[in-house]
Write a protein that binds this ligand. Structure first.
Ligand code: G6P
Length: 587
């Protein structure tokens, strides 16, 4: 989703720092980019549609600047084009913005009545015009930004330059994340830590409604009463190195190869000879799990495991639905929020709604210090490290691992420790299988189906999502027994059907359903932990058989790699699929 970077200082060229930052945020997904910089007290703005490389071609890096802000835009209001891209200016102000100003039409009306004109269709141009409009009356930047906090509805992280004060860069946020990073004689703003890692690993997290005034030496943060507040300076543990490709063709492949370590690191955080770092959950008799995309799919796996093994009823829902649905919970309900980024707008909104109702929350989050992590009652971090590819793999696996640990904890099951110790080796084995032949046999198809029952169906949903998001092949997941109630009409000669069966008690049922598609000409890829042979499949992927709890960890790997190989054969932009964003900070 949209990315922000900004720089003020004398050690580096602001243009270069901001462009470096934008490049390291490319993975978040965007469709245009722009930069505003000050050269000899004059403002320059350059914007381009498409990749950052297009923007770079139009920038003269010999120009020296000490103050700049930059943005990668993922279109929300108005199509992705040059006019709609950020930065936007009005009068004395230039801003970059992440988020959505929900009452922008109302504000625009007021501005139009006061003689303002607009070029773009964006809420951001309205925001900057409104800031300028308030400044015309008040002439005090801090007090204007404080008023903005009362007037703007929705979500925002702003980087702001004011021509009347070129010694400072300003920032404020509500809901959309923003950090202020610290250097020597130079400071930075960014929407995400990787943007500044090339230069520093020290940063401050800006909280909702806080305003930052940043010069090259000082970062001053103000609260809602414009009182200066002390902020903790954090240090990012990972390195830029660790977020680089490390010899792999794509981040996605690199991240899949990290899965054995991620599994181990996540286990080690919560389990040695006994459970540790897990909150006391004994009072809860009902669980709701909420997330978006793959995080929701991880939640589905959690439901199967917790209900079956811990005997606790679990409701799983998609955050954008749950937040507007009627939900039934009480003081004995635990709401678990799952999120890699910890910033997904819908999941964050659920968290806030649930908290308002005084219901306890536990978040399973990857990004340390993210909004969801900070605002939940309890947090269990997944130890996936920095995930760059838009399509999540290792972070999803870490979410599954955390849910497995939770199930073990809820059932007080410590018997699996030996088996757990062997899992990284088994994961390696699954990763090292060559899936290219299977990919070659399906990559030209237009539709691909996944079928499975029970927990395998939840894996089908994730496998199908991986495939469609990076290869753009239409793909659906079905409960194996459901296909014949309609969708089987789409199965014709050579339609690929990926059939998953890892549950002994349902094996025969799933095989029967697989035979139904095979007899209609489907090309069947059978993924199983059962060494069964037959003429109902074209390819078989054999997954090592492990305890029911651990099985999904191994079964998901071939689905992730198959999606990767199919996308590669189709020449897709695997790490940055079209229209998608890594961290979805708008509703
Ligand atoms: C986006 C990403 C998905 C991710 C979902 C939830 O749609 O493209 O890969 O699963 O958001 O993100 P979160 O950061 O909350 O896990």
């Amino acid at each position: 989703m949209c990315g922000i970077t900004g720089y003020i200082g004398k050690n580096n060229n602001a243009i270069k720092v901001v462009m470096d930052g934008l490049e390291s945020l490319e993975y978040r997904g965007y469709d245009s980019a722009g930069i505003a910089f000050i050269e000899n007290k004059n403002l320059n703005i350059i914007k381009e549609k498409g990749k950052i490389a297009n923007l770079k071609e139009n920038i003269n890096f010999d120009i020296q600047s000490n103050l700049a802000i930059g943005h990668t835009r993922w279109a929300t209001h108005g199509e992705p084009n040059k006019v709609n891209s950020h930065p936007h200016s009005s009068g004395k102000f230039t801003i970059v913005h992440n988020g959505i100003i929900e009452n922008y039409l109302e504000l625009k009306e007021e501005l139009l009545n006061n003689g303002y004109e607009f070029q773009s269709s964006t809420d951001t141009e309205v925001a900057v015009a409104y800031i300028n409009y308030l400044y015309e009356k008040d002439n005090n930047i801090l007090s204007v930004l404080n008023k903005v906090n009362d007037i703007f509805r929705g979500s925002y992280a702003f980087g702001i330059i004011c021509l009347d004060d070129l010694d400072n860069l300003y920032a404020l946020r509500k809901t959309s994340p923003l950090i202020i990073a610290k250097g020597d004689n130079e400071n930075y703003i960014a929407s995400d830590v990787p943007a500044i890692l090339k230069y520093t690993n020290k940063y401050i997290l800006l909280d909702d409604f806080e305003i930052a005034k940043i010069d090259e030496d000082n970062i001053t943060v103000y609260d809602k009463n414009l009182k200066e507040i002390n902020k903790e300076v954090l240090e990012f543990e990972g390195s830029l190195e660790s977020s680089m490709k490390g010899g792999y063709d794509h981040f996605m492949l690199k991240e899949i190869h990290e899965e054995p370590t991620v599994f181990k690191n996540t286990i080690d955080t919560y389990l040695d000879t006994d459970f540790k770092n897990i909150p006391d959950l004994s009072k809860y008799n009902k669980i709701h799990i909420v997330g978006c995309g793959s995080a929701y799919h991880a939640g589905l796996i959690g439901k199967y495991l917790i209900e079956k093994l811990a005997n606790i009823p679990v409701l799983v829902d998609i955050a954008s639905e749950y937040r507007y649905n009627k939900v039934f919970y009480d003081e004995k309900t635990l709401v678990i929020l799952i999120s890699q980024s910890g910033e997904t707008a819908d999941t964050l909104a659920v968290l806030r709604k649930v908290k308002e109702d005084n219901i306890d929350t536990l978040s399973i989050v990857n990004v340390v210090g993210s909004s969801i992590a900070r605002e939940s009652k309890y947090v269990m971090y997944t130890k996936a490290g920095c995930e760059i590819a838009v399509a999540t793999t290792k972070a999803y696996l870490a979410q599954l691992t955390t849910l497995i640990i939770l199930t073990m904890y809820l059932t007080n099951n410590k018997e699996l420790i030996d088996e757990i110790n062997n899992m990284p080796t088994l994961l390696e084995e699954m990763i090292n299988i060559d899936y290219k032949n299977i990919a070659l046999s399906i990559y030209e198809n237009k539709d691909i189906f996944f079928i499975g029952r029970s927990i395998d169906y939840a894996l089908c949903m994730e496998g199908s999502l991986k495939l469609k998001e990076i290869s753009y092949i239409n793909s659906s997941a079905y409960q194996a027994g459901e296909l014949k109630h309609g969708t089987i009409s789409l199965v014709e000669k050579d339609t690929p059907v990926i059939s998953i069966s890892t549950n002994e008690s349902l094996l025969e049922k799933t095989i029967s359903n697989t035979k139904e598609v095979k007899s209609r000409g489907a090309k069947v890829i059978f993924v199983t932990n059962n060494d069964i042979d037959g003429d109902f499949y074209d390819y078989k992927i054999l997954v090592p058989k492990v305890s029911e709890l651990l099985q999904p960890i191994l079964t998901i790997v071939p689905l992730q790699i198959l999606a990767y190989e199919v996308a590669k054969l189709n020449g897709c932009d695997i790490d940055k699929p079209r229209n998608l964003a890594k961290s979805v900070t708008v509703e």
